[in-house]
Design a binder for this molecule. Structure first.
Ligand code: DND
Ligand code: ATP
Ligand code: GLN
Length: 535
């Protein structure tokens, strides 16, 4: 008996494309003598389809695609994830397709409604197991969150399952795989069934699904591990109901996995939305340097344009480093000085401003001129503007609305500044593209003379630690101070984080790589009188 794991990159809403991909994988699996092929959760629609799931017409289209897929599949049994409407109830389902028919369906029992998940908004929970037979072996079905709690796996065991097929759409964040192994081993501890953990791969707006599907035997031993961040078809041989040992691909270390997640997130956002390429402002600083490296690795140098837009505050080394990087990466590179536009703005505003001193206003005008130029290139050539702000800056509002925040996709939105440096070093370890000086010089917005980020903000090691404690772990300022951080830093950073929610709400979407990003999994009021930094 052979079971295939189809670790595929599905596109939300592309029913015909997803069906074609599943058929292609099924044909390859069939040619290799496979009896059963398993696809990820909601493989027919992509995940998460969000409010498409509130439309009756969407379920009708899914049924049509599912029955078409069943008709076109002969000689192999498929397990397909899809949304299903039964008697007015909506379910997150997995159906068994065999001999041209949909022979049975399972309804997900545990609906996740935390962090980035909203499944209670869309689905009713299932209550029944679904076990089908292939080659004399009884295969039980679970779907993703089912396996993270006690219940659904035991339900399959009680229905006489010999092993468990688990369809997943489990998004990536750092160290996620460890928690998946842990959850699956807990279930195996309870039910003793081997588990086929089949995960989706690909980017969907802010989420990246890393694949990294695996198989554990009934003792919780890892017997197959698929690669992360790429599609794969893995054929697992069984002796009776025992999965035999196969390739165990090592999981990438954290910098490599975050880097790959960012590349996949950018590539799929750009490609699935049909952009011919990307454009970004290249300042000679670390954030735009790393963003450029990711962009090139994601979509290829021929699809990337970088623009250096010097002002009177731009250091010579910034210009040199931008040129060196463009040369190393062989991208389209232009220089568009902003002096003329800046002077023109100042002249136009001179009477209004009435000799008031140079302040953030003028800094922001420069950032906005750059944003306007990049958006003009985007409009003219159809390329999407990548913004470069990192998580630390997005946390404290250190970015200009309609300036460096103008754009379509925020690559580093969930990458704290300290991790930006680690990723730059990691990328250079594969071949040096970021000039060493860009990594070692003090970060500066170069919006006035002799400016450095550290004039305005605590050192990034401290800022990032306080941010993680407050944003990811929900600690209150007192607890953070008790961890050894200076009271003034904690109160200041927390105040900045809370009072800049308005900016983040207007920021482009970007790839989530931490357990809590500034996206679907953090919903704070903009208007709020609750002020934890004063407590
Ligand atoms: N609650 C609220 N709801 C909606 N809108 C609100 C608001 N509070 C202020 N605003 C609006 O927002 C404006 C202030 O925001 P904004 O215009 O962006 O400007 P602002 O936050 O005052 O300044 C931007 C800051 O980011 C720094 N920066 C800029 C560019 C790049 C970098 C970098 O290193 O990467 C750093 C810069 O040095 C400065 O400290 C207000 O004038 C007001 O119009
Ligand atoms: N001279 C410039 N030419 C082109 N783009 C610029 C220039 N200055 C700023 N930008 C754009 O605005 C973004 C914000 O940059 P800024 O230098 O203000 O702060 P930063 O967060 O230190 O970013 P970086 O590390 O990339 O410099 C840059 O990443 C870049 O995309
Ligand atoms: N789609 C799901 O049910 C995912 C839930 C699960 N906790 C995960 O992140 O893997």
């Amino acid at each position: 008996m052979k079971i295939a794991i189809a670790q595929i990159n599905c596109t939300v809403g592309d029913l015909a494309g997803n069906v074609a991909k599943i058929l292609d994988y099924a044909n390859r699996a069939k040619a290799a003598g496979v009896q059963v092929m398993v696809t990820p959760e909601l493989s027919l629609t992509g995940y998460p389809p969000e409010d498409l799931l509130l439309r009756d017409g969407f379920y009708a289209a899914c049924d049509q695609a599912l029955f078409g897929l069943a008709r076109d599949t002969q000689g192999i049994t498929l397990v397909i994830g899809h949304p299903q409407q039964v008697d007015g109830q909506r379910y997150n389902a997995a159906s068994v397709l065999r001999d041209g028919k949909v022979v049975s369906s399972y309804h997900k029992q545990i609906l996740p409604n935390h962090s980035v998940f909203d499944e209670v908004r869309y689905f009713s929970p299932g209550t029944e197991p679904c076990v089908f037979e292939a080659d004399g072996i009884k295969l039980g079905i679970n779907i993703c969150a089912d396996i993270w709690e006690e219940g659904a796996a035991t339900c399959a065991l009680n229905a006489n399952a010999d092993l468990l097929l688990v369809l997943n759409a489990s998004p990536y964040h750092m160290d996620k795989q460890v928690s998946r192994y842990h959850a699956v081993r807990e279930r195996i501890g309870e039910c003793g069934l081997p588990v086929f953990y089949v995960n989706l791969v690909g980017g969907q707006d802010e989420l990246v699904f890393d694949g990294a599907s695996f198989v554990m035997d009934g003792a919780g031993v890892l017997v197959h591990q698929l690669p992360a961040f790429e599609e794969a078809l893995r054929i697992v041989e069984l002796e009776n109901d025992r999965p035999l040992l196969g390739e165990v691909v090592p999981q990438p270390p954290v910098e490599a996995s975050v880097y790959k997640a960012l590349c996949l997130g950018v590539r799929d956002y750009v490609m699935k939305n049909g952009f011919p390429g990307v454009v970004l402002g290249l300042s000679g600083g670390i954030d735009s340097a790393l963003t450029l490296a990711i962009a090139v690795d994601a979509v290829g140098a021929e699809r990337v344009q970088a623009v250096m837009m010097p002002s009177e505050f731009t250091a010579d080394i910034s210009l040199q480093d931008a040129q060196i990087m463009a040369e190393r990466l062989q991208i389209r590179y232009s220089e568009l000085p902003i002096k003329l536009a800046f002077d023109s703005f100042l002249r136009t505003l001179a009477e209004e401003f009435n000799d008031l001193p140079f302040d953030t206003t003028e800094e922001n005008i420069q950032a906005r001129i750059r944003g306007t130029l990049l958006m003009a290139l985007s409009n003219k050539y159809g390329s999407i503007v990548l913004t470069t702000g990192n998580k630390s800056e997005m946390a404290v509002g250190y970015a200009t609305l309609y300036g460096d925040m103008a754009g379509g996709f925020a690559v580093l939105k969930d990458v704290p500044k300290t991790l930006v440096y680690r990723l730059a070093r990691y990328r250079n370890s594969l071949g040096e593209v970021i000039p060493e000086r860009v990594i070692t010089r003090a970060p500066s917005a170069e919006l006035r003379h002799n400016q450095t980020d550290q004039d305005a903000l605590p050192p990034y090691e401290i800022l990032d630690a306080i941010m993680e404690a407050y944003v990811e772990h929900d600690l209150c300022p007192h607890d953070i101070i008790a961890h050894g951080y200076a009271e003034k830093d904690v109160r200041r950073v927390v105040k900045l984080i809370d009072s800049n929610e308005f900016k983040r709400r207007q920021a482009p979407v970007g790839v989530r790589v931490t357990p809590r990003g500034f996206g679907k999994d953090r919903r704070y009021p903009i208007t709020s009188k609750y002020r934890p930094w004063l407590e």
